[in-house]
Design a protein around this ligand. Structure first.
Ligand code: UT7
Length: 331
């Protein structure tokens, strides 16, 4: 049976670098607090007018150049984002138009930090069933336009950044390449522990002045609760997958955890007993880019860690929903 293999990953982050020092101008925080609690040193924010679909488009063009593909080679688009340009339609359609490939199906995935892994699972299933052979999977986020950068929102707003990454996937019959296994989970009992309540269709009317005044349009997070679940669930799901595939942590060339907080990634690393050279983090430069974080880190990990064809790559995510999951793939 064929399975999905990575062909290329293109990335795009906005030019504007927002340092921790800049954030101290907007809210009561310190550079030390942000670095010690999160590991983040800077993040990127869009300039007005740039959004998730266009960042995804720029990342996709770079991936296409790397792969030597034309837009017309793409048979399906999967777009993961919690911050699409508009309420509807999803950014997959806007990306389809920007790429000039009318008729190509576009699926939008709303699984936040786990969005790339949920999308990868769908792409792999489509490829295994022979539905499509060449798929574009994108994660793209524009957090900065929706953050409360006052002191009231400081726990959330210091961690999130903007950016995009686009993976091109193709069917392979090579047993030494491609996705080996993916495991996904969700636990909706914690859905309101990391969420943006408004605007939402449960509210009538959906948009109100009060929403702007009371801050309910901003993301809210029970940070410690998310943290405690993340450091248990991510290692657990990676161990499950290794067990199912008969592999061990020693087989992993590079592990790319979702870049939510450097302390989370380091705790997960310790729990799995991985060496430093087996784990790749770049949250220091980009903050938490949610659905874009795994491919944004994977794109840098491949050259920086010298990942070769056939090497085992492990990915894991945890975030809003709660949703979490992991994937094992041979490069
Ligand atoms: O990708 C989606 C998934 N998200 C995550 O995985 C995030 C998980 N959670 C976290 O990363 C951490 O919980 C945070 C970075 C959000 C917060 O770090 P923490 O070590 O859990 O801090 P805390 O929430 O326990 O807050 C400690 C103190 C509080 O002050 P008091 O009550 O002790 O006086 C906060 O008000 O730190 C304060 N605080 C800040 N101080 C300076 C919260 N945010 C800030 C800030 N600057 N930005």
């Amino acid at each position: 049976m064929p399975r999905a293999a990575f062909v290329a990953i293109g990335t795009y982050v906005p030019d504007r670098v927002v340092t921790n020092a800049e954030l101290t101008k907007y809210m009561d925080t310190t550079e030390e607090w942000i670095v010690q609690r999160t590991g983040i040193q800077e993040r990127r924010w869009v300039e007005p007018g740039l959004g998730s679909a266009e960042m995804a488009h720029r990342a996709t063009r770079r991936a296409l150049d790397q792969a030597g593909w034309n837009p017309e080679d793409i048979e399906a688009i999967i777009f993961a984002s919690l911050s699409p340009d508009h309420m509807f339609p999803g950014d997959g359609c806007f990306l389809n138009a920007k790429l000039g490939i009318p008729g190509v199906p576009a699926l939008d995935v709303r699984n936040q930090c786990s969005g790339f892994l949920y999308g990868l699972s769908v792409a792999d299933a489509w490829i295994r069933t022979g539905t499509y052979k060449k798929i574009l999977l994108v994660g793209s986020e524009t957090h900065s336009t929706g953050l409360d950068v006052s002191t009231a929102g400081r726990d959330v707003s210091v961690i999130f950044g903007d950016g995009a990454a686009a993976a091109l996937l193709e069917a392979t019959d090579d047993p030494g390449r491609g996705v080996l296994a993916i495991e996904l989970h969700a636990d909706g009992r914690f859905a309101t522990d990391l969420w943006t309540d408004q605007p939402g269709s449960i509210h009538s009317p959906r948009n109100t002045h009060a929403m702007i005044d009371d801050g309910s349009g901003y993301p809210k997070m029970e940070g410690q609760k998310v943290f405690k679940h993340a450091i248990v669930r991510m290692p657990e799901v990676v161990r499950n997958l290794l067990g199912k595939t008969g592999l061990t942590t020693a087989d992993i060339k590079v592990f790319v955890p979702h870049q939510a907080n450097l302390r989370i990634a380091e705790t997960v690393q310790r729990s799995l007993g991985l060496r430093d050279d087996q784990v790749f983090n770049n949250i220091q430069k980009y903050g938490n880019t949610t659905a874009a974080s795994i491919p944004l880190a994977l794109a840098e990990a491949i050259p920086e860690r010298g990942v070769q064809r056939g090497d085992l790559v492990a990915l894991a995510a945890f975030g809003a929903g709660f949703t979490w999951g992991a994937a094992l793939a041979r490069w």
